[in-house]
Unconditional design. Sequence first.
Length: 324
Amino acid sequence: MIEIVFGDSAAGSLRIAQSYGKGPYPGSAVGIILRKPDGTSPTRKEIKKARQQTEERERKAWEEAEPMGGNPQDIFSFELSLSIGDITENQPGPKRLRALEQLAGIYPDEKYGARQISDTFRRVKDDFEEISRRILSGEAARIWYSSNPDELCGLIWLAAQLSPQRCGKEYTGSLYAVRLPQWSLDRHGTVFSKTCWGETLPEEWHRYLSLQEILPSGFCSDCLTLWQTLQNENAPLRTVLNGQPVSVPENFYDNFLLRELAAEEEIFHEARLIGKIMGKYRLGISDSFLSLRIEDMIRRGLLKVITQAEKGMPIYHRVLQKQR
């Protein structure tokens, strides 16, 4: 079974899930961040207790998990951020590469430099050729998607490329899809929600297999029509409204940013602002995109840079000042 996701975090977690829970618990290295409500430093005893509790949770998660099975080489990630930028190319090309480079530009070069982006982009193009060949030859594939704009746009784009009108033939295998539900229960009965498959833990993947559906005949052709509409509009941004991707202006999310910005002091930490927006509104957009919108506000004179980010940190790890 070919497994298709639209983010490298999801792909990494899914690879672990294939064998997670198989055999006796092997143990693992754990790290904890312990913060006390009164702001004081935790004692050694408190740190030890927190570590033991974390290790126990990891052990129980392993013992209660069901391995997904499968081959890690059958997992393919298309992290193309198709909700942002020019989408007039049918296959990922120079325009998509520029969009990815723009998003990665907020990070240090040594972590997400031009070479890394280029290597990732080349791998995505090779992977697309491989899955197309395998699906059209009759192999089954399972697509994991959600209401996250990048994942839903990824599904529509991929299905459009597999349509008979694009590839010249009908696929003979089965195409399955698993949509991330809006609400889920963990093994303790706690209700939680995720914005994308990249937030899924390895021990959780098998629980979603019951949601798998086979994509109906004509689905890919319908997706081609929808994708061509979005391509013709070629807006700078796409979001999801009523379960469907729609074209919107690049300032579509600015009201959320301005709302939280108004609550900040005159001088504030940009990273904290971005974190508040992502955590509070769960819009399914990245820190990179929010950082680029703040850059636009700086260029327009609405904000002023007070301190630069330390070496090796994303550019939004800095202090800004509001301008009147």
